[in-house]
Write a protein that binds this ligand. Structure first.
Ligand SMILES: [Zn+2]
Length: 312
């Protein structure tokens, strides 16, 4: 069986019967252009006969294939990491840390950390190509009531909608979805995001919220008059695709995680966009795609105290 043929967790463990199979697979992906030293980038790498230790000919450091990746500094076997990657990329709504802890026999704390490291790996690095064609724009509110919180701690940014965070999204029809939280839904913020992400000449689809008015001189805009109940004016004039993505995200947040803090919201959005943008890929290919993005580290301290990778 090959990676490509994997359609279940059972298949997955057939492809990776032991830890060495997972190590070999990660080596094949990470070192597809040849082995390199994670400390000095030298290509002069010596391989030990245990098939897991390597040594740099130049800086003399010893290392495993995990050094320099999100898998470094964890005792979790690579097979459990790979199984988590399968779960997070193949389940439409992702997986909760409590569920993962049970499934993999690990603590909930380490399950939470594993999932966040994978979200870190999945974060969108795709802002190299502007969205084009027909691009749907929309915003939504995420978060629960915070009426119990002290007034000062409530999120005032959602324009009086206490405890909610505004999320703004852009979706190229038949193409990529980009969504991130936005500190406030002001014309200037929205216009900046659109100009940064959408090619001139693309046709925008919006509802009739006032924030989109300023885009009318810059792009051709088709707008859907929600307040009058006209969801579809002409057959192409709608933001239904993006609204479908919002509903998927809400099922992920409220159905799987129950609550997502504003601090980590963009990480969860990144996870959703990642899956959404790879929905046409096979399940094995999605695992390999994420395995191709594991360079770099994310420490527990940065995750809990620092800015998260997705914050802008
Ligand atoms: Zn070296």
């Amino acid at each position: 069986m090959t990676m490509r043929a994997i359609t279940s967790l059972y298949d997955f463990f057939e492809v990776f019967p032991d830890e060495q199979a997972a190590i070999d697979h990660l080596r094949a992906i990470r070192w597809k252009d040849g082995a390199f030293c994670p400390y000095c980038n030298s290509k002069r790498v010596m391989h030990f006969s245990d098939k897991k230790t390597h040594k740099c000919h130049d800086c003399r450091q010893r290392f495993s294939i995990k050094v320099g990746t999100i898998f470094a500094d964890t005792k979790l076997p690579l097979r459990k990491w790979f199984a988590t990657i399968w779960l997070i990329t193949s389940h439409k709504k992702g997986i909760a840390s409590t569920q993962l802890a049970k499934d993999l026999k690990i603590t909930q704390k380490s399950a939470w950390f594993v999932l966040h490291r994978l979200r870190h790996a999945a974060r969108t690095k795709s802002f190299n190509r502007p969205l084009e064609g027909t691009v749907e724009l929309d915003e939504t509110l995420i978060g629960g009531k915070e009426s119990n919180k002290h007034k000062k701690k409530r999120n005032k940014l959602a324009g009086g909608r206490v405890g909610k965070t505004v999320v703004f999204g852009m979706l190229e029809r038949g193409g990529e979805l980009r969504a991130k939280s936005i500190s406030n839904l002001q014309t200037r913020m929205v216009r900046g995001r659109v100009l940064d992400n959408v090619k001139k000449g693309a046709r925008l689809m919006t509802d009739d919220a006032p924030v989109y008015k300023s885009l009318h001189g810059m792009y051709p805009v088709g707008s859907v008059n929600h307040s009058a109940g006209e969801y579809v004016k002409d057959i192409n004039c709608h933001i239904n695709t993006l609204e479908g993505a919002w509903s998927l995200f809400k099922r992920q947040v409220y159905g799987i995680h129950h609550h997502v803090s504003a601090k980590h919201l963009d990480a969860y959005l990144g996870e959703m966009c990642y899956r959404y943008n790879r929905r046409a890929m096979g399940e094995g290919d999605r695992v390999n795609d994420l395995l191709g993005r594991v360079e770099g580290r994310l420490t527990y301290k940065v995750l809990t105290h620092g800015k998260t990778a997705n914050q802008v």
